[in-house]
Design a protein around this ligand. Structure first.
Ligand code: PHE
Length: 455
């Protein structure tokens, strides 16, 4: 077994995992999912899914990574060499899924970039709140601008990975993630002061519209996996870098709770503004790009300079958060091509850029010229997003918990989770954690997945 690099401290572990977890999933995807799936009912399902299902999956992925000390592609084969062939397929999936997600994630990264440029041009401050809402529609239905932005965003991320300068960005994100936190709190305060904002808060926290149904829960679970970077090998790979004396349960729970909190705060910043602006909460993937400019534009009426500065910082912080997530997605593909086929990193990066860039162009066009191509009311972009988080991630997460619960030896799992019995609290909790990993998580994922398909 070759020596692997280790994260220095618990803080470094949580930062790195949180860097991958916190991204557009929290700020862009969570609010729009809430809006499409009935508000508070979704929020509650999401919290339950995160604590009861995603957290055990998270611990299982980290356990698998640290025990096998290899990246996601080889982790299962390493733990069960007799069935190498079978696990190789799963390994391949864990390379394919991040690349699949990358294609459309980068389109949203591109939108954020465009809005950053708009912020620099003071466009939100200069236009009236009403005018600003229309901006989004004409932007995404156009052909070239969104494509250009998507390619620019993706090229930057790929370049960072190819040059091996990602530690620089990751260090940078230690600054920008706390900054984003502060900015979101600021937006919450402002957003809550808008006339009509309270309807948004009620929408988020008072469950009355729409009953809880399996569909809500399947989307909530998918969102939770997506947001925590689960079911795609990222956390397995990070797990393999965690030192052997580190407390897995604390690091996992810390990341999950932080990520959850971030999503809830983003919801609290956005939903009141959505209601104040009279935007339909189920507006879809564009929700934050319609509501956030509204916030800046109304703020700009009284405080133009403040609004301009906050909007620039806000979109900048979102872009960096998105980049740290995208970098971990690109890295999976590049590392795979490099390790398996001996491809040099620049060439592997170029390949990832060309393939995902091209598919991303199609996703981007699905809001404009290709919007007519639909399946069950979803355009190509929506289909990608739906298929990734409601099918692929669920299947992969299921496979991981079943692997850790049934293929790995219980003793090995115990050894990782309790650090050979040295973490007393984990030792006491082990029965519960193991039960959640072995039974609760797989059965719930499978049951929800199947019922969703039948209904
Ligand atoms: N979790 C990230 C987010 O919330 C997305 C992501 C998925 C990042 C998979 C890395 C791997 O935006």
């Amino acid at each position: 077994m070759k020596e692997r690099e280790h994260f220095g401290s618990r803080r470094a572990v949580i930062y790195a995992m949180a860097g991958s977890a916190i991204g557009l999933g929290n700020i862009w995807r969570f609010p729009y999912m809430v809006g499409e799936h009935g508000g508070a009912v979704f929020v509650i399902s999401y919290i339950v899914a995160t604590l009861l299902i995603s957290l055990p999956v998270f611990i299982a992925e980290v356990t698998l990574g640290r025990r096998s000390r290899t990246s996601a592609f080889g982790a299962m084969s390493a733990m069960d060499p007799r069935h190498k062939k079978r696990w190789r397929w799963v390994g391949l999936m864990s390379v394919f899924i991040p690349l699949f997600i990358l294609c459309y994630y980068s389109v949203i990264g591109g939108w954020s970039l465009y809005y950053l440029f708009k912020s620099f041009a003071f466009d939100f401050v200069k236009s009236s709140p009403e005018a600003v809402e229309g901006l989004f529609g004409s932007f995404i239905t156009s052909v070239w601008m969104p494509i250009l932005m998507h390619l620019l965003f993706l090229a930057t991320c790929v370049w960072i990975v190819a040059r091996g300068v990602k530690s620089g960005i990751e260090r940078f994100s230690r600054l920008t993630i706390p900054a984003l936190f502060v900015l979101i709190i600021l937006l919450i305060v402002y957003s809550l002061s808008l006339p009509g904002a309270s309807a948004g808060v009620e929408y988020l926290f008072r469950p009355e519209r729409g009953d809880l149904n399996v569909k809500t829960f399947v989307y909530a679970m998918g969102q939770s996996f997506f947001s925590l970077s689960l079911g795609m090998g990222a956390i397995v790979t990070y797990g393999s870098y965690i030192k052997s004396d580190e407390n897995l349960v604390v690091s996992s729970a810390g990341t999950a709770i932080f990520d959850l909190l971030f999503a809830l705060l983003a919801g609290l910043a956005i939903m009141p503004a959505v209601f104040a602006a009279g935007i339909e909460p189920g507006a879809g993937p564009g929700l934050i790009f319609q509501s956030v400019p509204f916030i800046f534009s109304s703020m700009g009426v009284k405080w133009p300079v403040l609004s301009a500065i906050v909007s620039i910082l806000f979109f900048l912080a979102i872009i960096v958060a998105a980049m740290t997530s995208v970098i971990s997605l690109v890295e999976v593909g590049v590392a795979f091509l490099h390790e398996r086929f001996g491809m040099k990193r620049p060439r592997a990066s170029l390949l990832v850029f060309l393939a995902c860039g091209a598919v991303g162009v199609v996703c981007s066009l699905s809001f404009g010229p290709l919007s007519g191509i639909q399946l069950v009311g979803k355009n190509i972009f929506d289909l990608f997003d739906w298929f990734a988080s409601n099918v692929l991630l669920l299947l992969m997460a299921f496979t991981v918990v079943v692997f850790v619960g049934f293929v790995m030896k219980k003793k090995d799992v115990w050894d990782e989770i309790t650090n050979g019995g040295r973490k007393k609290l984990n030792d006491r909790l082990f029965g519960v954690i193991y039960f959640l990993i072995k039974w609760v998580a797989p059965i719930s994922v499978l049951a929800i997945f199947i019922t969703n398909f039948i209904l």
